[in-house]
Design a protein around this ligand. Structure first.
Ligand code: ADP
Ligand code: ASP
Ligand code: MG
Length: 814
């Protein structure tokens, strides 16, 4: 004999019921079957809703009732197109009784737990009857037996306790003489010793099946549901979760106790001592292996078997010096809760006994507080303890595994990966048997926490990076294309799963929690919602994804002003925008401080020399104890391009225009030609060398003409270049006469920095610098005579994008 239980979704439509019937027919070839069924999916909730509405005098209960009615009628007709009358008349009778009950509730405005149980019992009574009668109509040897005549409980309505001696006897007696091959039993419902209708608690059909399986000593209990087994974690919240093939009773119990809804927690108890394995299977995918829960020894490399979560948790904290060393204190506390029938999900106590923290269901918090405050009234009045504190809106997450006790460092890994993602932990508990480690966190962080922990313990091989890019002009566009091209490489070779989750230009923005498809990102972006910098931040924050990186590919001050907000949410920043790092020193320092405090890296390699590894190298020198004596550099790809192409046969205006057209200058060329851009770069290098400088402290002798300096628009500026050609030619002529090349040089020495055009003699490392190349020479204590030199293309969309990309990957490798 076999016991199979089918849940709400499994019997949620005529199509699914047909699947169930097929599964039963297959199994019945070799076995006699007991089949426990839930109510049609969602009906228990609807019955409770109708009850609440009736109790609150809301006429809407009639509408709710009608949807319940229509749903059942439709299912009956679809299952039995030619022969539904006999079933429909039973269903009609039951629905009439249900309607009378709801009318009664409406009339007296009252819905007691006892009436509530009566109300919800209709769900399983209807589904079991419909399924059994449909099978009979199809000529199968099936019948329904009302479990209320078998399962006897106390009168603890809504979650009654089973009287096993009577129940087991009833079940054995019934099945001894049952003739049919397949017996359909309604799950969840029972009766008290004095004949009142009771239920076994929400989700209790699993329990019914386990009670029957144990009473009949069957070989296996199969729980058929809508997922392919017990997953490593809640599959609705973590896409990467996968079914656990084998798990021990204890582990399954812990996981379900801490929220893995796929199995109702008490289900394991009846079958555990009899060693009856529970096999969880998927009705929608019957061929999938599922999960076997048993005592069998499990070979596994990971000590963590699963992660679960329970929402709607309140934390009660009782504290005060009057608790220390006083015997009986906890006893009184727990007795009070027990009298109020409040279930304690988790307990922690500080070793000083100064405080006790309890995790209970949110909805019971007020009740608990009132009761405890009364019981400890005296102590509170005397100031020995504080009135109880309640915090709500919390969740419990739990790591579960029988073998965790034999492995060190699991809680360390758990808490550090949560901490890295800015998930605040409100309380921690670890059972002495170390089968679980639980933490209480904010409800809003649950999805992020589960994904982080799942990645840590079950997907150690890949790290997911979630990127939010603002600014998809020249450089941003190249970056997106490079990411698209390298995605597979990163996954295969570096185990980094890089996803672009948010994209914005100045007009539109788009988000996709599962990663934006990069094949047609431009079209998607063009029809995205209206862009807003603050809106982009809010959305990034609300998505609350682990390993989030905000990438600033703009040159916009308003974007730079938002960095602090991002860092405070532990969102890392990668920027080619120089404004933040060259802003007021205090702001720069503050961003560095926030980055440290919130564990959110702030990387800006492309601020100097585009893709060249200048800042990273400098950082490594400093971190390893070197000291910078001086820096000499040509840091403007744009100015290098201009002076490499300018001579007595070209016009200064034409060369600057060409530089602009080829993307070597900022949209406003004055930023480059005035030297401001270079000044910002040397400022950043000086700061990264550990010196507190501001932009005003940098000596900047401009080579521009008076009129050029004073121009107040880009067009005006271009006009001055034409008018002052002679001025620029004289600069060239002087250099040529001295056998020199013109280079725009940045220097930092003895705490002072300067930028300006210089005539560079032959033989100097700067002399032969080509195209838009940059060069930096670091003279340090370790490189005193021969400097460390970094040289290469220092401008251009592709190299800048690759510099940003390198920063992103650096975070991925963290
Ligand atoms: P049924 O109606 O068949 O009893 P339930 O809705 O009670 O089904 O339980 C199955 C659901 O449990 C799944 O659809 C899934 O959303 C949820 N669930 C939560 N945690 C887990 C987990 N660790 N493994 C599998 N399912 C889980
Ligand atoms: N129908 C009940 C519920 O929804 C019992 C069950 O499905 O297990 O809670
Ligand atoms: Mg269930």
């Amino acid at each position: 004999m076999k016991v199979l239980k089918f849940g709400g979704t499994s019997v949620g439509s005529s199509q699914n019921i047909n699947n169930v019937i097929n599964i039963l027919v297959n199994h019945s070839k070799t076995d006699t079957l007991v089949c426990v069924v839930s109510a049609v999916g969602g009906i228990t909730d609807k019955l409770l809703l109708a009850g609440k509405q009736a109790q609150n005098k809301e006429e809407a209960f009639i509408e709710t009732f009608n949807t319940i009615k229509t749903r059942h009628f439709e299912i009956v007709k679809e299952l039995n197109p030619n022969k539904s009358d006999n079933i429909l008349s039973f269903v009609e009778d039951k629905l009439n009784a249900l309607r009378s009950l709801l009318d009664g509730i409406f009339l007296i405005n009252e819905l007691s737990p006892k009436t509530s149980d009566k109300l919800v019992s209709f769900g399983e009574l209807l589904s079991s009857f419909i399924i059994a009668e449909t099978m009979k109509n199809r000529g199968l040897s099936a019948d329904v037996k009302n479990s209320q005549e078998l399962i006897v409980t106390n009168s603890n309505f809504t979650k009654a306790e089973v009287d096993y001696s009577i129940t087991n006897q009833n079940i054995r007696d019934y099945f001894k003489s049952a003739k049919q091959k397949i017996t359909i039993l309604p799950g969840f419902i029972s009766k008290s010793r004095i004949g009142e209708i009771t239920t076994l608690g929400r989700g209790g059909s699993d329990f019914t099946a386990a009670i029957v399986a144990a009473a009949l000593h069957v070989e296996t209990l199969e729980i058929w549901t809508d997922v392919s087994g017990m997953y490593t974690t809640n599959p609705k919240l973590v896409k990467q979760a996968y079914p656990i093939e084998r798990i021990s009773y204890q582990e399954a119990m812990e996981l379900s106790h801490f929220g893995a809804k796929v199995l109702y927690p008490p289900t394991v108890q009846p079958v555990l001592s009899l060693d009856i394995p529970i096999h969880i299977k998927n009705t929608l995918e019957p061929d999938a292996f599922g999960t076997v829960i048993s005592n069998e020894e499990i070979k596994s490399t990971s000590p963590v078997r699963g992660i679960s979560n329970i929402g709607n948790i309140a934390l009660l904290t009782l504290e005060g010096s009057g608790m220390v060393g006083i015997p009986g204190f906890s006893k009184r506390l727990f007795e009070t809760l027990s009298q109020e029938k409040i279930n304690v999900i988790m307990i922690t106590q500080a070793s000083s006994e100064h405080s006790i923290c309890l995790g209970i269901e949110d909805k019971e918090a007020e009740n608990a507080k009132a009761a405890i405050d009364v019981v400890f009234e005296n102590e509170i009045a005397l100031g020995k303890i504080e009135p109880i504190i309640i915090e709500t809106g919390l969740s419990i997450i739990a790591l579960v595994g029988d073998n965790m006790k034999n492995h060190q460092g699991i809680s360390g890994k758990m808490f550090s990966s949560l901490g890295k993602n800015n998930i605040n932990i409100r309380a921690i508990a670890q059972g002495a048997s170390e089968k679980n480690i639980t933490a209480v966190i904010d409800e809003k962080d649950v999805k992020k926490a589960l994904n982080t922990l799942h990645e840590q313990f079950f997907e150690t091989k890949t790290k997911q990076i979630n990127v939010f890019i603002t600014g998809v002009g020249n450089v941003g566009e190249r970056l997106v294309e490079q990411i698209k091209q390298q995605k597979k490489y990163l996954k295969d070779n570096l185990k980094i799963k890089l996803r672009v989750v948010g994209l914005s230009n100045s007009r539109h923005m788009i988000f996709d929690e599962d990663g934006i498809g990069l094949n047609n990102w431009k079209e998607q972006l063009a029809s995205g919602e209206k862009a807003s910098l603050q809106g982009f931040f809010e959305k990034t924050k609300a998505l609350n994804l682990r390993n989030s990186i905000f990438v600033d590919v703009t040159a916009n001050k308003d974007v730079a002003d938002l960095y602090a907000q991002y860092l405070r949410q532990s969102i890392a920043i990668v920027a080619c925008n120089k404004i933040a790092c060259s802003s007021d020193y205090n702001n720069y320092k503050d961003l560095k401080r926030l980055s440290l405090k919130y564990n959110a890296p702030f990387l800006f390699e492309t601020n100097v020399g585009a893709g060249l590894p200048i800042i990273d190298t400098l950082g490594n020198l400093i971190a390893s104890g070197d000291k910078v004596n001086s820096i000499q550099a040509v840091l403007s790809g744009s100015l290098n391009f201009v002076f490499n192409n300018f001579n007595d046969k070209t016009k200064f205006y034409d060369v600057v225009k060409q530089a602009g057209a080829e993307g070597y200058t900022e949209p406003d060329p004055r930023i480059d030609l005035s030297g401001v851009d270079v000044a910002r770069k040397i400022l950043i290098l000086a700061r990264e060398s550990g010196v507190a400088l501001n932009l005003e402290d940098i000596d900047n002798t401009s080579f521009l003409s008076e009129a050029g300096l004073k121009s107040d628009s880009v067009d005006d500026f271009y006009q001055t270049l034409i008018a002052d050609e002679a001025h620029y030619q004289s600069l060239y002529a002087s250099a040529k006469a001295n056998n020199c090349q013109l280079k725009y040089v940045a220097k930092f020495e003895n705490g002072k920095a300067s930028v300006g055009l210089q005539e560079i003699p032959e033989g100097h490392p700067f002399y032969n610098l080509e195209g838009s190349d940059n060069i930096v020479m670091f003279y340090t204590e370790r490189y005193p005579q021969q400097p460390m030199i970094i040289k290469g293309a220092g401008a251009g969309a592709d190299v800048t994008a690759s510099g940003l990309f390198a920063d992103i990957i650096r975070l991925g490798n963290d």
